[in-house]
Design a protein around this ligand. Structure first.
Ligand code: PLP
Length: 363
């Protein structure tokens, strides 16, 4: 029953569209008259092939992915891509550049140290990850094979609104936490990768969108499961893929297209973020978001309470009203409201009403 569901503000795995869950429920037992659940199908059978092909084609439509890019449905989470990207894009002696605007970019840069020569050309750490750099000040290393960014830092709530143009190599982006939340000009990137468990599906699927000419140069020691060429040559079916998760992503892509595509999706996301940030900014300091206004994330909204001793009570009281998972990441504390595509406007409206009440009670 819909009334039994909570508003789930988790950073991921995260809430999915109710309509999609109900459709999956209706198809769980017998998909498309096949007499099987998607979980029971051979990944090489015609039924699953139709599912993965439609998922790819709908994603291509949503993001207007140019034909010179491949779409791969992989496993291992975005964390595996922290290794796969350098393994596929450079040799051990190659320089590559990282901009670090939060914990995830930091992890990506550290993992790359095992496989090439990464340089962190800008880090927001000393300012507690509240900014992105001004692009004019960036100086890439000569011969660098790529420039890596994290498009949306899930923990710190810092999101690029525009992207730097690399001086050397291609732009690579971890889009895990803002994938399909707005239109993106894919042609500006060499590689986009994303774990899907925030905006587009259940955990267990990682999507990689890569310009085809970058495929086929993996380092010799690259495990077969991390070699983009193997997966590209086999249409993501080299081994058993996460079939059910891919099916769920396909349902979400269909749902996003029905909503009018990513232009409409972004409009909704902007509206939700706007009412939440303005509640914070108009609270006279009772709530505070540390992130510079121009790069505040539409997806993850971190904030603190002036009276930090009230944060535990805030989370507890909100949960009583069926608004859950509002505790900030353990590394930064405070509160974090993740408001991905599938968070309804009503959920954010309920949260801001609660915040105003809570403030009135404790001011
Ligand atoms: N990158 C970003 C931006 C994330 O938010 C996360 C997970 O929350 C990761 C990478 C790691 O993803 P995974 O857990 O799928 O490996």
């Amino acid at each position: 029953h819909a009334q039994d569901r909570v508003f789930n503000f988790a950073a991921g795995p995260a809430t999915l569209p109710e309509k999609v869950l109900l459709r999956a429920q209706s198809e769980l037992y017998n998909w498309g008259g096949s007499g099987m659940s998607v979980m029971e199908m051979s990944h090489r059978g015609k039924e699953f092939l139709s599912i993965i092909q439609k998922a790819e084609s709908d994603l291509r439509t949503l993001l207007q992915i140019p034909p010179e890019y491949s779409v791969l449905f992989l496993q291992g989470g975005a964390t595996t891509q922290f290794a796969a990207v350098p393994l596929n894009l450079c040799s051990p002696d190659d320089a590559v550049d990282y901009i670090v605007t939060g914990s995830w970019g930091d992890k990506a840069a550290k993992e790359a140290q095992k496989y090439c020569k990464p340089n962190v050309i800008w880090s927001g750490k000393s300012e507690k990850y509240t900014k992105v750099p001004s692009f004019g000040d960036l100086q890439q290393n000569p011969g660098s094979r790529y420039l890596h960014i994290c498009a949306n830092e899930t923990i710190h709530g810092v999101e690029y609104k525009e992207y730097p143009v690399p001086q050397s190599g291609v732009l690579v982006a971890d889009m895990s936490s803002n994938f399909c939340s707005k239109p993106v000009d894919v042609s500006k990137f060499g590689v986009i990768y994303a774990g899907v468990q925030k905006n587009v599906g259940p955990s267990g699927v990682t999507i990689v969108i890569i310009r085809k000419d970058l495929i086929g140069n993996a380092q010799g020691l690259t495990p077969v499961m991390l070699d983009f060429k193997i997966h590209d040559d086999n249409n993501s079916l080299y081994n058993t893929p996460p079939c059910y998760g891919i099916y769920m992503c396909g349902l979400v892509f269909e749902h996003l297209l029905e909503q009018g595509g990513l232009v409409e999706v972004e409009k909704n996301n902007k509206k939700k973020a706007e009412i939440l940030y303005s509640t914070i900014d108009e609270s006279k300091g009772f709530y505070k978001c540390p992130v510079e206004k121009s790069v505040r994330s539409l997806m993850n909204v971190p904030f603190t309470l002036e009276k930090s001793e009230l944060e535990g009570e805030f989370v507890k009281e909100a949960a009583k009203e069926k608004m859950v998972q509002l505790k900030g990441h353990r590394s930064v504390g405070g509160i974090r409201a993740s408001i991905y595509n599938a968070m309804p406007l009503a959920g954010v409206e309920k949260l801001v009403a609660f915040m105003k009440d809570f403030q009135a009670k404790h001011a």
